[in-house]
Design a protein around this ligand. Structure first.
Ligand code: PPE
Length: 312
């Protein structure tokens, strides 16, 4: 997860010096919001996939969390993201902006601490592992319930929310699976610990509605790509047993990209191979992020080829 610089509050700080104090409220209570983006090597140079949508969601996460005095707007963070990638000379990388309550006295009042912003970048391969990506992921329905929308805010990537994901993912991996599917407080399928989820039945894609899930940028891209390909998409409640009888199942997220699922709760999905719908959507997605799709221009923000002074 190494890079030369991490952007912190307007400065490109050498990697080793990018640290926080032990009394930072962010560490004690998970008081931070974050984003995850990918920069791809496209036919026109490095480009960030749907940069503005991700930065807007970051600012929205801060708004939902209740941060009142964020010293940056969407354009500032958009520019800072491109600058950080360029300064690190990455052609492909994962990007992790973080708004964190940096200092102030410990305590549970958000207004007592000061928000700071960092942007980190690193090279990140296949998030669910190379084998799960090529052969299909093996998943299990978690015994942990996904976030109740009035306990944790499901539309915000609040760091503390991810304790729920970490517990479910760790249990699944320790039991030998690649990922866990999480049910919402009413028992309907919500999402995975870090991905949104789709099933295909009789040529129609079904995906859980937005009520109790993170509104994934990749989810929106999958729905748009599918409709471009004339594949019908229905957003409706999905039940656990519908997973078992799906013809295909796949998950998506910035880190996981699009990965098909071979098995859920020891039931093989379809013939256990990547199905025709997942294949078509996945191929179009990868063409798009490489700059060769019909939506590439709309969805890619190119990293400018200018020399930045790091001031160091
Ligand atoms: N649901 C959850 C809970 C989630 O964390 C993510 C992103 C998604 C859905 C997909 O959203 P999007 O990336 O906008 O398509 N999960 C991030 C990984 C979190 C981690 O550090 O692990 C990601 O994919 O970047």
């Amino acid at each position: 997860m190494k890079s030369d610089y991490i952007w912190i509050d307007g400065n490109l700080v050498p990697f080793e010096e990018a640290t926080v104090h032990m009394l930072s409220p962010a560490i004690h209570y998970g008081l931070a919001v974050f984003e995850g983006l990918r920069c791809y090597e496209t036919i026109n140079g490095p480009g960030v996939f749907r940069l503005r949508e991700h930065i807007e969601r970051l600012v929205n996460s801060a708004q939902i969390f209740g941060v009142l005095d964020l010293p940056y707007d969407v354009q500032d963070l958009f520019d800072a993201t491109l600058l950080t990638i360029r300064a690190n000379r990455f052609t492909e990388c994962y990007i992790r902006p973080l708004i964190y309550m940096a200092d102030g006295p410990l305590g549970l009042n958000l207004d007592a601490s000061r928000p700071a912003v960092s942007i980190s970048t690193w090279e990140w391969g296949k998030f669910l592992g190379d084998e799960a990506f090529s052969k299909g992921a093996r998943m299990i329905v978690s015994s942990f319930t996904r976030l109740h929308p009035n306990v944790h805010m499901t539309k915000a990537k609040i760091s503390g929310n991810y304790v729920n994901s970490v517990m479910a993912k760790t249990l699944a991996v320790r039991a030998g699976f690649d990922e866990a599917v999480m049910l919402d407080p009413d028992g309907y399928v919500a999402e995975c610990t870090g991905e949104n989820l789709f099933i295909v039945r009789n040529g129609v894609i079904h995906t859980p509605p937005r009520a109790t899930i993170l509104e994934g940028v990749t989810r929106d891209s999958v729905i748009t790509i599918a409709r471009d390909l004339n594949i019908p998409v229905i957003e409706e409640k999905v039940t656990r047993d519908q997973l078992y009888i799906a013809d295909e199942m796949f998950v998506c997220g910035t880190a996981a990209e699009i990965t098909h699922v071979a098995e859920i709760d020891y039931r093989v999905i379809g013939d256990g191979q990547k199905g025709p719908v997942a294949k078509q959507v996945q191929e179009t997605f990868f063409r798009t992020v490489k700059g060769e799709g019909t939506r590439s221009e709309e969805w890619l923000d190119m990293v400018p080829v200018v020399e930045y002074s790091t001031g160091i």
